[in-house]
Design a protein around this ligand. Sequence first.
Ligand code: IN0
Length: 380
Amino acid sequence: MIPTLYKSALHPREVRALFKLKLKGQQFIVPKESLEELVLKLDDKAFCCAALTKVSRSFAAVIQQLPEDLKNAVCAFYLVLRALDTIEDDMKFPQAEKLTLLRSFYEKSYDENFTLQNVGDQEDYRVLLAHYDKVVRFFKSLNSGYRDVIVEITKKMGNGMADFAENEVVSVDDYNLYCHYVAGLVGIGLSDLFFASGLENPELKNQHDLSNSMGLFLQKTNIIRDYHEDLFSDRTFWPKEIWGKYANELVFFTENPHAPKSLECLNEMVMNALHHLPDVIDYLSMLKNESVFRFAAIPQVMAIATLAAVFNNPKVFTGVVKVRKGLTARLMLYDLSLEDTLRYFKKYAGVFLRKSPTGSDIHRQLLTWSKEVNRKIKEN
Ligand code: IN0
């Protein structure tokens, strides 16, 4: 808490938010015991809620403010996807078995005997998979409208992940397709869950492109931010079609973090992600329910703040660049509206422009982009 406060010291509103969140935090209790200890104490639903707080940290609170039915559906969806992701990420899992499991994972949604031992590179993920039968029973308690959406998305995502476990991301098309599988489909699934809840604008169900962009904006931000971590765990999602213009090997950037070519590459990756923002604005403008809005908007504001922090920043190549936790706290506490969200987007659009050298190619692209973003903002 103290180091977090220190970083937010010049932002008094964030300091206040951090303290309030600490108090309000009692509402979203993150249990002190380990998940393994909690298995023995909690019923299926309580275990799933606890697992959510363990695996998604601050995001769990954003899910928990959704209306009861939709909250349970999103919680189950999140845990199913996290399980799938854990299988995909486990580099020790034998490849052939991994592919079969990714492609058939959706079939386990109704199998109360299904558990997986010793899979996952973090303790909480391992416990989640070791007690997956609990997720299955919680999933089965949802109504059929929600269940069908979750199974369909899990099937498509597992197959897409398996395709990419065999083939690398090379072209920009591959990059968009990979991000579609792991995140765009989440956006499409969430729009379908909102529809099934009856709480949201029914038009959302047909907005596949906008829903997809919501996921792509988040996932591309993660991929850019995680360059260093991913490079050292021997995987990479940066498309060669982009980085190949600046270097012969991806490690060049780590070895030369301050080289103009390294920063130009990073900035092109950021610009590529920023092109999804107009769709994000259109999607968020369609939402009607306030708690659904906050659930959808908070990760997008965190993403643009992260992109602004990584833009033109050599530290991406040598470690992790993170946004201040105080910002998350503030976004969660003050009931974020569309107006506030658009104000954040406008503010960060200015940050990108200021961080790019006047007259440079990237500056020109950002100018065109920010005109479009500002036009969208005025429309709403
Ligand atoms: C998410 C998304 C998410 C939330 C709301 C609307 C969305 C619309 C389209 C696509 C995804 C949407 O949000 C989470 C946010 C999250 O988990 N944050 C982490 C922080 C972090 O760095 O990991 C936290 O601990 O707070 C998200 O990142 N993903 C996700 C997964 C499932 C669901 Cl149901 C919603 C993951 C991903 C890959 C971006 C889709």
